[in-house]
Ligand binder design. Structure first.
Ligand SMILES: [Fe+2]
Ligand SMILES: [Fe+2]
Length: 295
């Protein structure tokens, strides 16, 4: 647990991008995710963007539809290296148009990250979003592998402790560092945790490669807060076994999370099982999905 974790008054989370546009909407969808956390505390509002999709274009289109101004974004948080979470970075920084905008990520985020099946392909950050390009576009990199407070009551989980026996087997990716190829468990997978006064924790994840149950347990551990109000993001269960999906749903029931909102890489089977197990506590994430805590 961090020495003392602050609290915020409220948070509104707006889905700027997801794989699904939603029924009868004009949103643009794309394989990727971008969640905007608008955090109100001490009389002011700070806006943190979790992930930037594969391109800024659909995010900016959706922001315009939602009446949101890119220049109001105060920081970008990258959940991990994968292209569907990072490729829009430099173009989003340009659209935000600020100097020294914090770009928070794990220190390993710039490593080569490859799949070899069906053919060699880098699925990590490309040169288009390298350190120099990020800095030239107004970004200021904040690379940390441990938990820390971005502001009082809003934390990066840092590297997540992986304790469950049914999550985090890796997804068949490999790291390429200094000419050496090695198996990858995506240790750079980090999430945002927000401690909302009188409500509990709000956990926002990108792909949850560390395992969504590990992430929630880790969030409770680092904050010392037991109540979890909302877990929202991609849970990467799209290729998971039925056993892992049902153990995840059972774990959510035990954790007594008030609201679970899942999309992006969660997958139809897992969403169906979560909806069955959690009933009204489960909602599908898609472009425009917005939740405010406290309700
Ligand atoms: Fe990913
Ligand atoms: Fe993803």
């Amino acid at each position: 647990m961090l020495k003392s974790v602050g609290q915020v008054d409220s948070v509104r989370v707006v889905t700027l991008l997801d794989d699904y546009a939603g029924y009868e909407t004009s949103f643009y969808a794309q394989h990727g995710i971008a969640l905007l956390a608008e955090v109100s505390a001490q009389g002011s509002c700070r806006r943190i963007l979790l992930d930037v999709g594969q391109a800024a274009t659909p995010i900016l289109h959706n922001m315009a539809l939602l009446g949101l101004d890119p220049s109001s974004i105060d920081a970008i948080f990258l959940s991990h290296c994968h292209y569907d979470h990072t490729e829009g970075l430099v173009d989003m920084l340009k659209a935000i148009g600020k100097e020294l905008l914090p770009v928070i990520a794990h220190p390993d985020i710039f490593r080569g990250n490859y799949i070899f099946d069906p053919f060699i392909r880098n699925i990590g950050i490309t040169h288009k979003n390298g350190v120099e390009a990020i800095e030239a576009a107004g970004g200021h990199l904040v690379l940390a592998d441990q938990a820390f407070e971005i502001m009082p009551g809003v934390l990066s989980t840092g590297e997540v402790k992986r304790k469950t026996d049914f999550e985090c087997q890796g997804i068949g990716t490999y790291n390429l560092v200094d000419g050496v190829i090695s198996g990858d468990t995506i240790l750079d997978d980090i999430s945002i945790v927000i401690n909302v006064k009188d409500s509990g924790l709000v956990v926002l994840s990108g792909c949850s490669h560390a395992g969504i149950i590990n992430i929630v347990n880790h969030s409770k551990e680092i904050t010392g807060v037991d109540e979890v109000e909302l877990v929202m993001g991609g849970f990467h269960l799209i290729e998971a076994t039925d056993e892992r999906i049902s153990k995840t749903a059972q774990a959510f029931q035990k954790l007594n999370v008030n609201t679970v909102v899942a999309g992006h890489c969660t997958g139809l089977k897992a969403c169906a099982e979560l909806a069955r197990a959690l009933g009204d506590k489960f909602t599908l994430l898609q472009c425009g999905t917005t939740l405010t805590i406290p309700r």
